[in-house]
Design a protein around this ligand. Structure first.
Ligand code: C5P
Length: 227
C-alpha cells in the first residue's frame, strides 16, 4: 500500500503525541516525537551549565552542537521509541517541568533548529512516518500528504498535562502547568525562525470536546482518504 507522510502540528499538550502513536501503531508507520529532540537539547544545556534562572548561553550551546548526538530507540515494552542523548536514555529526564520551562528558549535558536530539522528529514525520507511538532507541515515536510493542526483551550490542555505529570509522580501545581503551557505557546508562535503557524493546507482539529476515540476515528478517515 502507498505510504504517506503525516505531519501533526499544534499547541502544547493538545494530545499530538497520543494521536501520533495511535496512528503509527495502526498503520505500521514510524512515529517521530520532534519535541523530544528539542527537549533533549534543552536537557543537554542544563547538564552543561549553559542555563541559569534568567539566562541561556546561546553561543555556548551553538558551539556544543557537534557534541550532541540524538537518536530514538524503540522500546517494545512501551510500544514507542525513547530518546537517547549521547547513548544515554533520557526519556524520563526530558519530561520534567524544568526542561519544559527551558525548551522553547532553546527552540528559538536557528542553529539548533537547522540541526534537528536535517535529522528529522532524514528519518522521514522514505515516508511511512507520523511526525509531531510545531513546524512539521510548514518546514520539515511541506509536501506531507496529510497535515493536521491540533488545538484545544489552554485550560483543557493544562489540565491534561497536569494529570499526566501527577501520574508520573511529579510535584507541581495546576497553575504552574497552565503558566508553562501559555508561555511556551507564546514563544512558539512569536519566534522569528519557524514559528508555530497552521499550514495553509492543514486540517484543524479542535479536540476540546472530543474523546480520544472520536478524534482517532475522525483522523483515521482523513488518512484513508489519502491512501
Ligand atoms: O511537543 P513538546 O511539547 O514536547 O515540545 C516541546 C517544545 O519544543 C515546544 O514547546 C517547542 O518550543 C519546541 N518544538 C519546536 N519545534 C518542534 C517540536 C517542538 O520548536 N517541531
Amino acid at each position: 500500500m502507498k505510504k504517506i507522510t503525516i505531519a501533526i502540528d499544534g499547541f502544547s499538550s493538545t494530545g499530538k503525541s497520543t494521536l501520533a502513536k495511535q496512528l503509527a501503531a495502526t498503520l505500521g508507520y514510524v512515529y517521530v516525537d520532534t519535541g523530544a529532540m528539542y527537549r533533549a537539547v534543552a536537557y543537554f544545556a542544563m547538564q552543561h551549565n549553559l542555563v541559569s534562572e534568567t539566562h541561556l548561553d546561546k553561543a555556548g550551546l551553538i558551539a556544543q552542537l557537534p557534541n550532541i548526538n540524538l537518536r530514538f530507540q524503540f522500546n517494545p515494552a512501551l510500544g514507542f521509541a525513547e530518546m537517547y542523548l549521547n547513548n544515554e536514555n533520557i526519556e524520563r529526564q526530558i519530561r520534567t517541568i524544568e526542561v519544559s520551562r527551558m525548551v522553547s528558549k532553546v527552540a528559538e535558536i536557528s542553529e539548533v533548529r537547522a540541526k534537528l530539522v536535517e535529522q528529522q528529514q532524514e528519518m522521514g525520507k522514505d515516508r511511512g512516518v507520523v511526525m509531531d511538532g510545531r513546524d512539521i507541515g510548514t518546514v520539515v515536510f511541506p509536501d506531507a500528504e496529510l497535515k493536521l493542526f491540533m488545538t484545544a483551550s489552554s485550560k483543557t490542555r493544562a489540565q491534561r498535562r497536569f494529570d499526566e505529570l501527577v501520574e508520573k509522580g511529579q510535584h507541581i501545581t495546576y497553575e504552574d502547568v497552565l503558566q508553562n503551557v501559555e508561555e511556551r505557546d507564546y514563544i512558539d508562535t512569536h519566534r522569528a525562525d519557524s514559528p508555530l503557524v497552521k499550514a495553509e493546507d492543514a486540517v484543524e482539529v479542535d479536540n476540546s470536546s472530543l474523546s480520544k476515540k472520536e478524534q482517532f476515528e475522525l483522523v483515521l478517515n482523513l488518512v484513508k482518504a489519502k491512501l
